[in-house]
Design a protein around this ligand. Structure first.
Ligand SMILES: Cc1ncc(COP(=O)(O)O)c(C=O)c1O
Length: 400
């Protein structure tokens, strides 16, 4: 099959809408032009609407999500500062690792992969920290490796109940602009994402939002920083400019992305992601398989990590799907290598697009001898998308 037919069902980069592709098919421009701020200032304003912050600052760095982590940590913390984190997948692991490499003192609670942020353990740790040595609490909102969404508001409630002043930092790389995220209401101090997931763009922008409290913390933070310095950015951003060359083409794409998100309406975007994900979950049950997420309270509406049966290797399945049917699925990473395949269903995605993914998975699994009946997943999802099967009540309880 020619490469041009290739279909992308990975959890980022996601599919690039035609409208965004066209918005970026433009001549390069002068980032110091007198009218450049007429374009950039509304970008910051509309990003705040997506993060749901009125009082925070939004930063745009030419980087990926990893750069966003680095910006958040180095601007607000000092070497030796204590950080409370939890590890339940490859991305929560990498974030904790980045913190250690910056000289932070990381208490990384190990959690079974398939669960998410352990609210009860966070409460114990924070309660025991009478001296308030813990300066930041980390939440990987959506662990892309396992398809697990955690309860950010629950962590805020825990901090507030205990009167603990730590900064609340959220990795929203595979959640923001796809599933419900409320920076100000949830008291999030730093929220990090990238351009290549919910914003439907190529990789290349790290998007970081900081609360007033986080901006205040930059004054005493001693971690070395230059490229990611919030202060340099703020000085220039105020007038619509940047301290170094911004990724102007991606910024033009971001304009179109924000227009698409706001025209659809964020609540409709979230509802679309939920409906699509629910169809995938039903297909997985139809196949007789299980998700890596260990209960409905953890289900992710942006990515499903599907466990393969004993004796099968998901790497081989993904390779077969790539070679024979010309589509990409997400690999199992680290601890779940060979054990899961992931369908990314975020960004520019419709019911029919996900049916294509489910159909491809079903064919590939049958080719590989999986005990999966033809149509057993696809038909269930079709019926759900037709509206013939009822919506379940959304289960998202505090996981204490
Ligand atoms: C939850 C999460 N955090 C962080 C990252 C790292 O982002 P990037 O690859 O853009 O550096 C990813 C990448 O997929 C992710 O899914």
């Amino acid at each position: 099959m020619p490469k041009s037919f290739h279909s992308l069902f990975i959890p980022g980069p996601t599919n690039l809408p035609h409208r965004l592709r066209l918005a970026m098919d433009i001549p390069l421009e002068d980032q110091r032009a007198p009218d450049f701020p007429e374009f950039t200032l509304p970008l910051f304003r509309d990003l705040k609407r997506v993060f749901k912050t009125r009082t925070g600052e939004v930063f745009l760095f030419p980087a990926s999500g990893t750069g966003g982590w680095e910006a958040a940590m180095t601007n607000t913390l000092s070497p030796g500062d204590k950080v409370l984190a939890s590890v339940f997948g490859q991305f929560s692991h990498l974030w904790a690792d980045l913190c250690r490499r910056h000289g932070l003192d990381v208490d990384a609670v190990e959690v079974p992969w398939g669960d998410g942020v352990p609210l009860a353990i966070y409460r114990q740790r924070l309660e025991a920290d009478k001296a308030h040595d813990i300066k930041a609490v980390l939440v990987c909102h959506n662990e892309t490796a396992t398809g697990v969404t955690s309860d950010v508001a629950g962590v805020r409630r825990t901090l507030d109940d205990l009167g603990h002043p730590a900064l609340l930092m959220v990795d929203g790389v595979s959640s923001i602009a796809s599933i419900d995220f409320r920076m100000e209401e949830w008291g999030v101090d730093l929220a990090i994402t990238g351009s290549q997931k919910g914003f439907m763009l190529p990789a290349g922008l790290a998007i970081v939002a900081a609360s007033r409290k986080a901006i205040e913390a930059t004054r005493s933070a001693k971690c070395p920083r230059c490229f990611f310095d919030f202060a340099d950015m703020m000085k220039q951003n105020r007038d619509g400019y940047f301290p170094y060359t911004p990724a102007t083409t991606l910024l033009r794409g971001l304009r179109a992305s924000l227009d698409m998100l706001l025209e659809e309406g964020l609540d409709n975007v979230f509802a679309r992601h939920h409906r699509i994900a629910e169809g995938v979950r039903r297909a997985v049950s139809g196949w007789g398989l299980e998700l890596c997420a260990r209960g409905p309270e953890w289900y992710s509406d942006t990515v499903s990590a599907i466990m393969v049966p004993e004796g099968f290797d998901s790497d081989q399945l993904i390779r077969h799907a790539y070679d024979k049917y010309c589509f990409s699925l997400g690999l199992g990473l680290s601890k779940v290598k060979g054990k899961v395949f992931r369908i990314g269903h975020l960004g520019w995605f419709s019911d029919l697009m996900v049916l294509q993914a489910l159909s491809g998975c079903e064919m590939a699994m049958r080719d590989m001898g999986y005990p999966v009946e033809a149509g057993s997943g696809v038909a269930v999802a079709q019926e759900f998308y037709r509206g013939a099967a009822p919506e379940p009540a959304i289960v998202r309880e505090a996981a204490e």
